[in-house]
Ligand binder design. Structure first.
Ligand code: PEP
Ligand code: MN
Length: 347
C-alpha cells in the first residue's frame, strides 16, 4: 500500500501519518520527490482495508493506493522516478552508461594494476575483480581472499576508479563491505535470502546479478529482499541465462533490459562477458546492450587472457577493451534523444 501526500502537506502532517503507520504495525518507507511525497507501507497489507480508510481520512493525504503487484519497492508505482545510484561522482542510472571493467579474478599486483590503469585510460569508471570466487569446480582457483581486496584498494587509490567485488558468504560481509564501493551478488547467490537480507541492512550499493535460470519476477523479488530491509541502492545485472545452446556459455537475454525498465525504476546493467562466454561476442553484445538502453556494462578484461586463472576465454585484451569503449560511445551518442527506450512506455 502506498500513501501519496498532498503537495501542500508539511512535516507535521507527515510525522502524523508515519505515527499511524507505526501504530498499525507497519514500517514506513519514505520517497520524497520534487513534486510529491510518497510513503510505502512495508509488511503484508493484504486484507487491511481499515488501514487504508484510516489513512485516507487524513486531510493531508491525497490518496492511498493498494499495491497489488508484487513489486512494492522495485516498481514504478512506489517510486515514479528513475533510481540513480551515486558512488562518489559516478552516477549509475544517470544520463550516461557506466562501464565496470577488470579481471574475473584478482590474481596478483601486476595483473590488477596493469588492467586498472588500462581500463581507466579507456574510460571505465569502476574496476571489477573477484577476491572470493564462486567457481564451478572446487579444484579451480578460488581467489586471493583478503589479499585480493587489498590489491583492489591499492588500485582504487592509484587510479581513482571505484571498486566492485563479489560477496559470496555472510561470514565475509563486514570484510568485503569495508573494502568495496559496490557489493556484487553473483548469479549463484541471487536467491540466497539471508545474504540478501544482510546486504539490505547496509548503507552500500549492491549489484544483483540475475540467477542463471531465474525469471525476471524472481530477480526483482530478490531485489525486494534487499530493499525491504532498508537499502534502496540496488543495481540489476543481466548476465545471461541457461538455455540449450552449446556455442555460447549462456544466452544473453537483452529483452530483459526493456522489460525491467517497464517494471522497475532500478538501474539495469548488462554483463556480455558471462552472457556469452566468448570474447569475440563481447563487443557486439555490448553495442547491442547500449542500443536497448542499459545503464551500464560489466566487462571482463585481462592483460593476457590465455594465462588467466579464471574466465580467460571471455576476457578482452586491453586494446580490444579500448576499442569496445570507443564503439559504445559512438552507439550511445547516435541514440541521442531516443534514450527514451530507458523509461517505461507508461510514463
Ligand atoms: C563474475 O562476475 O565473475 C561471476 C562469477 O559472475 P556470475 O555470478 O554472473 O556467474
Ligand atoms: Mn568471471
Amino acid at each position: 500500500m502506498i500513501v501519496v501526500m498532498k503537495s501542500q502537506s508539511d512535516q507535521q502532517d507527515l510525522d502524523e501519518i508515519l505515527e499511524v503507520i507505526k501504530e498499525e504495525g507497519f514500517e514506513a518507507h519514505l520517497s520524497q520527490g520534487v513534486e510529491t511525497t510518497i510513503i510505502g507501507l512495508i509488511g503484508d497489507t493484504a486484507g487491511k482495508e481499515q488501514v487504508q480508510s484510516r489513512l485516507a481520512s487524513f486531510s493531508s493525504v491525497e490518496k492511498v493506493i493498494p499495491i497489488l503487484d508484487p513489486y512494492k519497492l522495485t516498481g514504478w508505482k512506489f517510486k515514479p522516478e528513475k533510481t540513480v545510484i551515486e558512488v562518489g561522482e559516478v552516477k549509475i542510472g544517470g544520463e550516461k552508461p557506466v562501464v565496470m571493467a577488470g579481471p574475473c579474478a584478482v590474481e596478483n599486483e601486476e595483473q590488477l594494476m596493469t588492467t586498472a590503469r588500462a581500463v581507466k585510460e579507456a574510460g571505465a569508471e569502476v574496476l571489477r575483480g573477484g577476491a572470493f570466487k564462486p567457481r564451478t569446480s572446487p579444484y579451480s582457483f578460488q581467489g586471493l581472499g583478503e589479499e585480493g581486496l587489498k590489491l583492489l584498494d591499492q588500485a582504487r587509490q592509484e587510479t581513482g576508479l571505484k571498486i566492485i567485488t563479489e560477496l559470496m558468504d555472510l561470514d565475509h560481509l563486514e570484510l568485503v563491505a569495508e573494502y568495496t564501493d559496490i557489493i556484487q551478488i553473483g548469479a549463484r547467490n541471487m536467491q540466497n535470502y539471508p545474504l540478501l537480507s544482510a546486504i539490505g541492512k547496509l548503507d552500500k550499493p549492491a549489484m544483483l546479478k540475475r540467477g542463471m535460470s531465474a525469471t525476471i519476477r524472481e530477480w526483482l523479488l530478490a531485489a525486494e529482499y534487499i530493499m525491504c530491509e532498508g537499502n534502496q541502492q540496488v543495481i540489476l545485472c543481466e548476465r545471461g541465462i541457461r538455455t540449450f545452446g552449446e556455442e555460447t556459455r549462456n544466452t544473453l537475454d537483452l529483452s530483459s533490459v526493456p522489460m525491467v525498465n517497464e517494471l522497475s525504476h532500478l538501474p539495469v546493467i548488462v554483463d556480455p562477458s558471462h552472457g556469452t562466454g566468448r570474447w569475440e561476442l563481447v563487443n557486439p553484445m555490448a553495442r547491442a546492450a547500449i542500443a536497448v538502453g542499459v545503464d551500464g556494462l560489466l566487462v571482463e578484461v585481462h592483460p593476457n587472457p590465455k594465462e588467466a586463472l579464471s574466465d580467460g576465454p571471455q576476457s578482452l585484451k586491453l586494446k580490444k577493451f579500448a576499442q569496445l569503449m570507443a564503439d559504445i560511445k559512438m552507439i550511445h551518442e547516435s541514440l541521442g534523444e531516443s534514450q527514451g527506450t530507458r523509461w517505461p512506455s507508461a510514463i
